[in-house]
Design a protein. Structure first.
Length: 242
């Protein structure tokens, strides 16, 4: 006899629940294979399970769409921070700005390379450094840098900070919906197991072929082991599995 295996994906769990429920709904009032309590539990749970899957898919889609916009915002912030530092360094090299003023920006006076801006953390760090540094240098009598002006850099920096916070909210929401979905899987498996036990018990007195066919019609999935003989209708015994 082939062995059965519980579903291992959410879609297969849904399919198992729906198949059994739909099969029962077609039977007469007093001719049920699955007990009233079990089928009622399955119907109530199916509604909740489907709803939770939709919630998760929607929050995941929202996160993906928001992330596309977020990646562009990160790019803009990185470009403006990098460009400002490059223009500032050139002004120092030309002698327009004293190199010791680089300390206002937490930049090494002897190094004229753009710092690492490959991560969100470094963009946040150096964005704040150059905004604070430019403001401090101007308060000490320095002339502001233009193209880009620090105000323009700050606009993109603040947008980046805002979207970073929003993206975190999306991620947390998706994680929460996922955890709730995962938490429902054991309940789904318990209900499916109970239904399948009742179905197999109902058809236990039939010959192997008809018992198998009736159980499969209710959504039970069977697997033949390697080398196991396949149950056939003609002989109602077994033959070699293909």
């Amino acid at each position: 006899m082939p062995y059965r295996r519980l579903p291992n994906t959410d879609q297969s769990r849904l399919r198992a629940l729906k198949t059994a429920i739909q099969k029962e709904d077609k039977l007469g009032y007093n001719n049920h294979v699955i007990s009233f309590k079990t089928i009622l539990d399955a119907k109530n749970f199916l509604t909740l399970f489907e709803k939770q899957q939709l919630h998760y898919q929607q929050t995941l889609e929202n996160q993906i769409n928001a992330n596309k916009r977020y990646q562009q915002i990160i790019h803009n912030a990185r470009i403006y921070v990098s460009h400002f530092i490059q223009v500032f360094n050139l002004a120092v090299i030309r002698g327009d700005i004293k190199k010791e003023h680089k300390l206002f920006y937490q930049l090494d006076p002897e190094i004229h390379n753009v710092p690492d801006l490959s991560t969100e953390a470094t963009i946040l760090h150096w964005g704040k450094c150059i905004i604070d540094g430019e403001n401090e240098r101007i308060r000490n009598g320095g002339l502001p840098i233009y193209n880009p002006a620090i105000a323009k850099v700050k606009v993109h920096y603040e947008i980046f900070k805002e979207y970073k916070s929003t993206q975190k909210i999306h991620q947390n929401s998706t994680s929460r919906q996922w955890e709730e979905l995962v938490g429902m899987r054991k309940k789904a498996d318990d209900i499916i197991l109970e239904m399948w036990n009742e179905i197999e018990n109902y058809y236990k007195d039939l010959d192997p072929y008809n018992r198998l066919q009736n159980c499969m019609a209710y959504g039970i999935v069977y697997y033949y082991r390697k080398g196991e003989q396949k149950i056939t209708q003609s002989s109602n015994t077994v033959t070699d599995a293909p």
